[in-house]
Ligand binder design. Structure first.
Ligand code: ADE
Length: 231
């Protein structure tokens, strides 16, 4: 890949890469600073999107249009849905869906975007492979490939966890990945979402998130760093 866009929603998810990269310029677009430069020999552009699907979508389109990235990596934390995942574990996206897209009243299945070819956005095979290999190297036994579900909701309810896991087959849930995935898929740009578990999206999730978010964000960053040396 020629130039890689790297997005995180919160400062803890991007500050480590921002500290380690060599900066060539910073450009403000839609009120968001995009930091362009290099990491080793790779050209990268890093931004903190803010939380939620709209913020992620705006940043992704800006990376594609203005910076002409040919790959996008989203790094950060998520709530586990797969009961075999523990706090700190890793999910690398195979594909992504928006769990809060709900046109069931018109007969569409949950997560389906009406009148659109697909609602399941498939990650780039090479990026997923490199990310998964980096995960296995750094966190053996703690990494899985799986579906990432996004919605503008912090999930903290075990009944919702069961529903998202059984109905939509999600490995974990967060608030941005599927938006970045949709924008990349529509623009035919490669993407992968890397998430480390800060919580299990249950009643303990608010406390767990506060306690483990930084730890999980570090794991996700370490995978991005290892990936960049391999790409
Ligand atoms: N990010 C981290 N944990 C999350 C959760 N439980 N729900 C949504 N986004 C999250």
């Amino acid at each position: 890949f020629r130039k890689i866009g790297i997005i995180g929603a919160m400062i803890e998810e991007v500050e480590l890469i921002q500290q380690k990269m060599t900066v060539s310029r910073t450009v403000q677009l839609a009120g968001i600073p995009f930091i362009e430069g290099t990491f080793g020999t790779k050209s990268i552009v890093v931004c903190k999107s803010g939380v939620g699907k709209v913020n992620a979508a705006m940043c992704t389109q800006a990376l594609i249009d203005f910076f002409e990235v040919d790959a996008v990596v989203f790094t950060g934390v998520a709530g586990a849905l797969d009961p075999s995942l523990n706090i700190g574990d890793i999910v690398i996206s195979t594909d992504c869906m928006q769990h809060d897209m709900d046109v069931t009243a018109l007969g569409f299945a949950r997560g389906i975007i009406p009148f659109q070819e697909t609602s399941i956005f498939v990650a780039d095979a090479e990026l997923s492979k490199v990310a998964f290999e980096a995960s296995l190297k750094l966190f053996p036994e703690q990494a899985k490939l799986g579906r990432i579900l996004s919605g503008d909701q912090f999930i903290a309810d075990r009944d919702k966890v069961h529903a998202l896991y059984s109905e939509l087959n999600g490995s974990c849930t967060e608030m941005e990945g599927a938006a970045t995935a949709q924008v990349c898929a529509t623009n035919k740009i490669a993407f992968v979402i890397i998430r480390s578990m800060s919580d299990k999206a249950n009643g303990s999730a608010p406390d767990n998130f506060t306690e483990f978010m930084k730890h999980a964000a570090l794991h996700s960053y370490q995978i991005v760093e290892e990936m960049l040396t391999q790409l």
